[in-house]
Design a protein around this ligand. Sequence first.
Ligand code: PLP
Length: 384
Amino acid sequence: MSSKRLTGLHPSTIAAQAAGQTDDSSGGVVPPIHPATTFARGEDYVPLVDGNVYSRSHSPNGRMVEAVLAELEGAADAMVFPSGMAAVAAVFRTLRASDTVLVQSQIYWGTTAWIRDFCTRRGITLIEVEASDTSAFTTACETLKPALAWIETPSNPWLRVIDISACAQAVHASGGLLVADMTTSTPVLTRAISFGADIVMHSATKALNGHSDVLAGALACRDADAPIWRAIRADRDMAGAVLGPFEAWLLLRGMRTVSLRVERMSQNAQTLATYLKDHPRVEAVLYPGLSDHPGHALAMRQMQGGFGPLLSFIVKDGAPAALNAAGRLQLVHRATSLGGVESLVEHRHSIEPHTGIPEGLLRLSVGIEDPGDLIEDLGQALGQ
Ligand code: PLP
């Protein structure tokens, strides 16, 4: 396997070429899968290949994905995990019992639920704040001095847009670090480290892989020597939350088309948001690409080339009308998750009834299908 050092290339080139990784042993233009769990040493007891001893700590396929992700993010280093939640947990496990953390309210409910439970068990003080309110976030940093602040932008499923630079400045001024869950943006649209985030997190299950066939998570960092990054790496190596070689290989294959897919999904989502906004059976559309979205101006500054695949809309007349519309969809699958090439719909109130989600809210993950076909399906489901 060889990896040429590429510099100054655009994300679509880095991804399409898998950062120059090929297979020297066969001449293949795609890298092979390395299933070995252990690697041989020579007669002098030195590993035959530098850095390859045991696959809990050394995964050639994991390293290939990490190299591409680090390039895409403009990061110093990256690590992959067996799920997005494993990546979330890896960050929070570095905290001490006396620490305070600031977490954006109304983000992906699984993240919130796990963090609440973890902080309670560990004696960590957890404060939740509406981070799209930059002054509330800044005041919370000044008064609480959190060791770590966690944001997600655009948020799932509310599509709130968070000012990464302002949040980074606020938490840095009080001595803490900023971690940004960028699952719904991907580095194609926003490179959070360039806006001041210290660590970027992804559910790679979503648009990074993009084909709804790999469960994976990822972190990328600004400073590979930072104590938190060393602690995360040490914990992954010893506690063993590693991505298997087959999943890593599939993820790398999916990532080769991430730019194309995210651009097309964003175009389709913008088209659907515009269509739904004027639909008589729709009360509201939450999508940062719409000019009347409260985060639109910020999203224009922070997101390049589109506003992502995720949009939510509220059907008039509450849960029965929303469930009825979801039930009538022919093309869009009724399934959870987001960021895949196929469009998905979810009635979030059925999943998280106690988090304030409007009963009529349907979350759409817009795929790469023909936008006319998607509009026709939504139109017949809502009843024109
Ligand atoms: N972060 C966000 C924004 C998500 O939407 C999800 C999953 O839906 C996760 C994290 C968790 O990722 P995973 O399902 O890969 O564990």
